[in-house]
Write a protein that binds this ligand. Structure first.
Ligand code: HAS
Length: 544
């Protein structure tokens, strides 16, 4: 990667890891509070800490790491950014950083204790919403730089029979999905939350604000997931010495994510009374459709691992597994994430299954689910990528001893997360609510049954925090202290047996038209219903 692009990518990655440290600390405080044995000092509130945790890890760590990784990926596979493209990247970076700082200050001042989902009726100071708006606008500007570099590649290679670089193609899909998804939250912030917190309007429609948030919110989780899938599809094959199983399969799975990530938000609102059951049912079906590209990914990963393991002489049904490079943290740490995604994804299917959702919704089962999917599958893959990406960008080497430490952090993470997330799932089935500090619920027996699991969460959470400290040590080493040298940016080649990639898969116009049609189908009637049934005082809102 060109040095100037490397600088831009690194700037994003620094912010991401600062967010990891602070957000992880907030997580540690939370699991302690839930044991009932610990009270937060200096009048700090549980929900304030919960907001810090969710915003820093769910919104800031992710967006900044993703952008750092995507900028480096496009520069590596499509070519060095032009001055304009890089300038867009920097403008985006500063807008996002200023926005993050503004929002973070408001949260720390306890003026924005609205959780990472920030929809009404919880209200924040207007500076918090403005900060988030800057983060979103910044991500559009920065994303435009990445997309323009890809467009330039297509222009330069017009008429070529070769498909565009897979990694850059994937980055463009993720940016498009993000753009379409953030429109929902932009409408909510600009027309509801900002004017409301500025006192320009007295009331907002809570149901509408939640619906607009979840229109964005589910695609948000795939915006986190797709960079991890980029690593799984394109980077891991090279790291283990194998090949990408199929270029077409990888592209198709990304297109399916683009199509199905947005029109499924109602599966977060299955218990919401103001939405007609028919539309919830339709979006549950679409949710099951968005599971398909993940199943395709699982298939592709197994195939790639098995092909490589057999190439190395692995025999029998499972003998090839032993041949994989288990001591290489660039493979091992993301692999732990893949394993976590099997129960995490299965839990997602439970969540999405209308009737079972009644049992788990708003219980701590749901954080159990996203600590396997997001806080394991996704972030462990980010860490695995950081272990080669940071030294590649800083001109240093991932040495054997740092690699071993990185592996230890992965093992600690796996242990801590297994304990914490298993306890969350079980306590959730026993009815323990999510987003609740310690409470005896008036001495109810049921609440006492949750206590052992809350303690297990604290034990798991503590191990996780130790893992974060080890990761921070590894990252600091890789940025400033590892020996100078060259670290590879691994990009896999496609396996010979993979057929040619049909040009149809690169026809963005077609996929965007289908995407818009699906969104209109899934959301038009529910939104009309919500707006026309709005409570008095909200209906006459003059901005509508
Ligand atoms: Fe989810 C709630 C449904 C995936 C994150 N989810 C959440 C929330 C978050 C989140 C943050 O339908 C909470 C939001 C809040 O604050 O309220 N989720 C799903 C479904 C999937 C899913 C159907 N979620 C994710 C991912 C996330 C994420 C990914 C983050 C990155 N989720 C829900 C629902 C709710 C929900 C409801 C609302 C619950 C409620 O009531 O509030 C699917 O996409 C999952 C598909 C995945 C699979 C797994 C495939 C496995 C793979 C690994 C292969 C392993 C290998 C290892 C190759 C089917 C790809 C090889 C092994 C060898 C031995 C060689």
């Amino acid at each position: 990667v060109d040095r100037r692009d490397a600088k831009l990518a690194l700037a994003h990655i620094y912010v991401a890891f600062i967010a990891l440290l602070l957000g992880g600390l907030a997580g540690l405080l939370q699991v302690f509070v839930r044991t009932g044995q610990f009270t937060l000092p200096a009048g700090i509130g549980y929900y304030q800490v919960l907001t810090v945790h969710g915003v820093l890890l769910g919104l800031i760590l992710t967006t900044f790491f993703i952008f750092g990784f995507q900028i480096a990926s496009v520069s590596r596979t499509s070519g060095t950014f032009s001055d304009l493209q890089r300038r867009l990247g920097w403008i985006g970076f500063w807008l996002m950083t200023i926005g993050t700082t503004a929002a973070a200050v408001m949260v720390l001042l306890n003026k924005a204790t609205v959780l990472y989902t920030f929809y009404a009726p919880l209200q924040a100071h207007w500076i918090f919403y403005l900060g988030l708006t800057l983060v979103v606008v910044g991500s559009w500007v920065g994303g435009a730089g990445q997309v323009l570099r890809y467009v330039q590649w297509r222009k330069e290679n017009k008429g070529s029979k070769e498909p565009s670089p897979l990694l850059s193609f994937m980055v463009v899909i993720n940016n498009l999905m993000w753009l379409v998804a953030t429109l929902g939250v932009a409408v909510s912030v600009l027309f509801q939350l900002l004017p409301w917190s500025l006192g320009l309007i007295e009331r907002v429609d809570v149901l509408l604000s939640r619906t607009l948030f979840w229109y964005f919110g589910h695609a948000l989780v795939y915006f986190w997931l797709l960079p991890a899938y980029m690593v799984w599809y394109v980077i891991i094959p090279k790291v283990i010495g194998g090949k990408i199983f199929s270029d077409s399969l990888a592209r198709l799975s990304f297109i399916l994510f683009l199509l199905f990530s947005v029109p499924v938000g109602l599966h977060h609102q299955l218990t919401e009374p103001g939405i007609d059951g028919t539309w919830k049912f339709i979006q549950v079906i679409l949710t099951m459709a968005v599971v398909v590209p993940s199943l395709m990914t699982a298939f592709s990963m197994f195939a790639m691992f098995e092909l490589r393991g057999r190439e190395l002489g692995g025999k029998g049904i499972f003998g090839w597994i032993r041949k994989l490079p288990w001591n290489d943290s660039r493979f091992f740490v993301p692999f732990i994430g893949m394993l976590a995604f099997i129960p995490g994804g299965a839990g997602g299917i439970v969540n999405a299954s209308y009737q079972m959702n009644q049992l788990v919704h708003n219980t701590i089962w749901v954080p159990g689910h996203f600590h396997l999917t997001f806080a394991s599958a996704v972030v462990l893959t980010y860490f695995g990528a950081a272990f080669w990406l940071i030294p590649h960008l800083t001109g240093r080497k991932l040495t054997k001893s740092i690699n071993n430490l990185a592996n230890i952090s992965g093992i600690l993470w796996a242990i801590g997360m297994t304990i914490m997330s298993a306890a969350m799932h079980i306590a959730g089935l026993l009815g323990a609510p999510r987003r609740s500090d310690y409470s005896e619920y008036g001495g109810a027996q049921q609440a006492y049954d949750w206590i052992p699991y809350q303690i297990a969460q604290a034990v798991g959470g503590t191990i996780l925090f130790i893992a974060i400290l080890v990761i921070m040590y590894v990252v600091v080493k890789l940025i400033w202290f590892a020996p100078k040298g060259e670290e590879e940016f691994p990009v896999g080649d496609v396996h010979e047996s993979s057929g040619p990639t049909p040009p149809l898969l690169e026809n963005f116009k077609l996929w965007l038209v289908i995407l818009v049609a699906l969104i209109l189908f899934a959301y038009t009637v529910p939104l009309i219903d919500i707006i026309s049934n709005a409570p008095p005082g909200v209906k006459g809102y003059k901005l509508w």
